[in-house]
Design a protein around this ligand. Structure first.
Ligand SMILES: Nc1ncnc2c1ncn2[C@@H]1O[C@H](COP(=O)(O)OP(=O)(O)OP(=O)(O)O)[C@@H](O)[C@H]1O
Length: 264
């Protein structure tokens, strides 16, 4: 089987500050203030062509950081990522320019995706139709709700016909009709053998759509394998986590966060 994306020992470090003062101090005297924080830590994972991989994990575990690295939006601090094909990211707001109107964004993103002016003209009506935005397409994107942005972003990206697709919570904000339509489109991509990464808190969608699942916990890859195998364990974990008091949930998250701060 052909490798589509190979992630090798990827870590993303951010500097964390408790105040603006700390941030300025660190800028003037590097290392004097602030802490390193590993948003993701030493993740290795291979996706083969046609793999549909779900990323699950509680808030802040590192799913978006990893998907942004795969999408080329964020560079890793250390480690390597190899991609065999064009990658497109569909996320709430991804790549949309807030100052431009919907229609201008279609043109702008179209050019970024390497489309000719003629091709953009040809696909624009399809995008408008898919996005269901009607006359809102002439409004600046800053006036859109997150659901509307997601619809436009999704409609533009699916036109690109990418080899590798990263879908980050893009289906969580729209209405049910749009979600179903988008799921149909994603299933088409899946049947065509495209490689898909799917970030979602909707475990039902992950279970029905993904062939494999990567469970991220505290920035690390806790488990990666066939959907059924990983999800049965993850669902046990999540129902236990949800049964904890707010304080205990916070203590659990703090414990993970502390480890991510200490690790260099
Ligand atoms: N630009 C940034 N600067 C500093 N810290 C960041 C940055 N981006 C992400 N982080 C931190 O990295 C950690 C992982 O964030 P990430 O958004 O990847 O998690 P997630 O699993 O996608 O969360 P959620 O489910 O809430 O969307 C979080 O603690 C977050 O605060």
């Amino acid at each position: 089987m052909k490798e589509a994306v190979v992630i090798k020992n990827v870590t993303k470090k951010y500097r964390m500050y408790r105040s603006k003062k700390e941030q300025i101090t660190d800028l003037l005297i590097p290392g004097k203030a602030g802490k390193n924080f590993n948003a993701i830590e030493d993740i290795s994972l291979t996706a083969y062509q046609g793999d549909v991989i779900g990323f699950v994990g509680i808030n802040g575990s590192g799913k978006s950081t990893l998907s942004n690295i795969i999408g080329g939006i964020v560079p890793p601090t250390t480690g390597e990522i190899e991609k065999n094909g064009e990658v497109h990211v569909i996320a709430i707001n991804a790549g949309l320019n807030n100052e431009l109107t919907g229609i201008e964004n279609i043109e702008f993103k179209g050019l970024l995706m390497g489309f000719s002016r003629e091709k953009i003209k040809e696909v624009t009506p399809e995008i408008i139709k898919f996005s269901e935005l009607g006359d809102f397409i002439y409004q600046p994107v800053k006036k859109y709700s997150s659901g509307m942005k997601s619809k436009l972003g999704f409609a533009i990206s699916v036109t690109a016909d990418p080899d590798i697709l990263v879908i980050d919570e893009a289906l969580s904000v729209g209405d049910q009709t749009f979600t179903n339509k988008s799921l149909d489109k994603m299933n088409e991509f899946k049947e065509e053998g495209k490689t898909i990464f799917f970030v979602s808190h909707n475990l039902g969608q992950v279970k029905s759509f993904c062939k494999k699942v990567a469970w991220i916990e505290g920035g690390r890859l806790k488990k990666f394998g066939p959907t059924e195998e990983v999800m049965s364990e993850y669902e046990d974990f999540i129902s236990h986590y949800k049964s904890l008091s707010k304080e205990k949930q916070e203590a659990f998250r703090n414990e993970l966060a502390e480890r991510r701060q200490k690790s260099e």
